[in-house]
Design a protein around this ligand. Sequence first.
Ligand code: PLP
Length: 402
Amino acid sequence: MTRPISQRAHRVPASAIRKLYPLARAAEARGTTVLYLNIGQPDVWSPATAGEAMRGYDQPLIAYTQSQGTAEYVETLRAYYASYGAALDAAHINVTTGASEGLLFAMLTALDPGDEIIIPEPFYTNYASIGVMAGVRVVPITTRFEDGYHLPPAAELAAAITPRTKALLLCNPSNPTGVVYRKDEIDAVIDLCKAHDLWLFMDEVYREFVFPDAPDTYRTLLTRDDLRDRLVVFDSTSKRFSMCGARVGCVVSRHDELMAAILRLASARLSPPRLGQLVARAAHADPEAYLAASVEEYLRRRDVVYAALTATPGVRVSRPEGAFYTMVRLPVDSAERFAKWLLTDFAADGETVMVAPGPGFYATEGLGHDEVRIAYVLDVDRLRRAMDHLAAALDAYPGATR
Ligand SMILES: Cc1ncc(COP(=O)(O)O)c(C=O)c1O
């Protein structure tokens, strides 16, 4: 018998997105080109200034930075938030290794083991893994395809609150649904958090990715003085500047005691990446121009994907309002089997498509079995081909239900 590992380790789910990779590699080994729509790894180029900064690094040493992040990058972030009308002190910001580390730090510092956090599902899969790491119970609130994945009435959210509930998390715009929450929906959540004295965790990593036809929303809640004691915001350069590999994000709150605790945790891991912060700072050279072009590109892609999917018999899709994802209902017996079959048995013109099966985005057992998430992170030509392949695959799939 081998030495047992921890119970906690067993409970961390395998990434729903990454677990089909061995099948994708086998398809590639057979000579099939895989069009990857399964993961939010954008192909839009990072700002040129980021690459220039990297090439210009001429120090003889790559040292740690302060645990909070470099003073220069924190200043850059303050200016960035100020451009949204949010006045922050430097101490309100802690640079992290991606938003992922910020989420872990916040769960560890705001909640105790066994406490509950309410999250609308389908949700970003790693919330569940990070919850397990922190010993926090993720309580899902199901949002429905029929409602365009908008939030259920406040009473339904309130019904999920127990004495152990300490926080509510919203991701706006949302991965994986592409929903942009209306101001009134967010206001209802804020009221609920106030009424039940909950932390409000806002994952705003897709802040700028809001399409012109999206409902009016809050780009950030950091402008709100009434939330200074309960709001924690997670942010990242990964998607904003197409810099997933820089591994730079931050956690932001005006709750002084929370930020002091987060700094203690940050000190225990010593430092966020120095080179990542260098390039992240450089990426902020002209964010408006870069982001306008980038959002325009994602809008073009959204339109291609949405038009193709709505024209595919048996497929149902709600039009994404932001981010670069959409949840799609497919006429199949099992989204998981279909996603595997695409990689093991299907090819058209030497290509196939990789999608993320729906169940991985739900905490409620049994949901998402006819859904997949599509990340439109390929250029328009490849997306068009991918959508054609998906339609052909649905015609050929033995488990099709239409
Ligand atoms: C909603 C959401 N939050 C957080 C993250 C993590 O981002 P990072 O690369 O900054 O750790 C992602 C990455 O896909 C995401 O989609």
